[in-house]
Design a protein around this ligand. Structure first.
Ligand SMILES: NC(=O)c1ccc[n+]([C@@H]2O[C@H](COP(=O)([O-])OP(=O)(O)OC[C@H]3O[C@@H](n4cnc5c(N)ncnc54)[C@H](O)[C@@H]3O)[C@@H](O)[C@H]2O)c1
Length: 345
């Protein structure tokens, strides 16, 4: 019998604990063997919840642990590059959350390190494992709606931005915070790279921040043209309050495929005033809970079966390029041309 893959979670915050719960809830063929986080309180809480006893406060020490076969990198994005390179050099397989890194060059280094050391590298675009998004892709590939003409995808998040999010030159704003998943979905559905990107953004919900952060925007629209001629439209917003809202549409020559719903469940109340009520989706953590579990299982399966990850380092890099170029388009107020999905100059 093959031995279980021994995994260390590096970064035990919001998203990290979703992966921890996947492993605790039963990703087959793997065991959550260690946790790493520099925050003593966070590490303690994660240990108490999971029952994991091997704890690290510094990720450098994880790399020296020969019992660890794979790492799940869920630190703040600025650390992804160094942690991934170090894990690959130590011969550990890598699951890395999105955004992959800060620059295209960093992504190239991460991809090369994993290839050289013959370890798997899977990126955290969990929508590719969501049942509805996958079904949309299956129907598209089966030609159910004819040839694809236009793909739309939106992500709107409910929460008030944290203070650091207002500085968009460092932290992107919604185009990186919420839309990086949409960029991946559109590349996946279109089966092509982006040729032109034109994005526009405005601050509607936090006017009191406009003086200190004149470039901050909370709402954006992104127009795309793919090399195979397919058109794309992504919209994004933060602080919408009404819930988490992620849906896509694929318009073909013979029909339309609609993916996703705002409903948290199928229960509806209809009252005498002839009003229909139902619960709206609260969070990405609820909507994609099964998708996170499926992506964690797929990562372990690709290690055990020695197959290619379904979401690669290149997918992570290309989505990052679109986030970076999309932000550039907003700030410079102009469309940007790409070549093979990469900046021309
Ligand atoms: N796939 C998704 O839908 C999704 C959703 C949320 C976040 N994310 C990504 O996951 C990453 C983490 O985001 P989050 O929301 O969980 O943030 P978070 O702040 O809740 O958690 C980050 C954790 O990493 C720890 N940390 C900081 N520096 C570290 C280091 N050097 N080594 C190890 N741990 C360190 C922090 O103490 C914290 O516990 C980001 O890259 C984010 O973009 C992805």
């Amino acid at each position: 019998m093959q031995k279980k893959i021994r995994v260390c979670l590096i970064g035990c915050g919001r998203a990290g604990m979703i992966h921890a719960r996947s492993y605790m809830g039963g990703v087959s063929g793997a065991v959550l063997a260690a946790l790493c986080d520099p925050s003593a309180d966070t590490l303690k809480a994660a240990a108490e919840e999971t029952g994991v006893t091997k704890l690290y406060s510094d990720w450098h020490d994880v790399m020296k642990d020969e019992e660890i076969d794979a790492v799940i990198v869920v630190t703040p994005t600025q650390f992804h590059h160094d942690v991934v390179i170090s894990a690959a050099s130590a011969g550990k397989h890598v699951f890395c959350e999105k955004p992959m890194a800060s620059t295209e060059a960093e992504c190239d280094e991460m991809i090369a390190a994993c290839a050289t050391n013959k370890v798997k590298l899977q990126l955290g675009f969990m929508r590719r494992f969501d049942r509805s998004f996958r079904r949309g892709k299956e129907m598209l590939d089966a030609g159910t709606v004819g040839d694809v003409t236009l793909i739309k995808s939106n992500t709107y998040g409910p929460s008030e931005p944290k203070e650091w999010m207002y500085d968009v030159r460092r932290n992107y704003g919604p185009i990186g915070e919420v839309n990086s998943h949409d960029f991946d979905t559109l590349r996946w559905y279109a089966g092509s790279e982006v040729k032109m990107i034109h994005a526009v953004g405005h601050n509607f919900r936090s006017p009191e921040k406009a003086r200190q952060y004149p470039e901050y925007y909370d709402t954006c629209t992104v127009m795309l043209e793919f090399e195979n001629g397919v058109l794309g439209m992504i919209t994004g917003a933060q602080y919408v309050r009404y819930g988490y809202d992620s849906r896509a549409e694929i318009l073909g020559t013979q029909g339309i495929i609609k993916v996703g719903s705002q409903h948290a469940n199928s229960a509806e109340t209809v009252t005498a005033d002839r009003v229909i009520r139902s619960d709206s989706m609260d969070s990405w953590r609820t909507l994609f809970i099964d998708a996170y579990r499926a992506e964690d299982q797929a990562f372990i399966d690709c290690i055990r079966d020695d197959t290619e990850p379904l979401v690669s380092g290149t997918d992570g890099k290309m989505a990052l390029v679109l986030v970076n170029e999309g932000l550039r388009s907003i700030l410079e107020r102009r469309p940007i041309m790409l070549k093979n999905g990469l900046p021309e100059e």
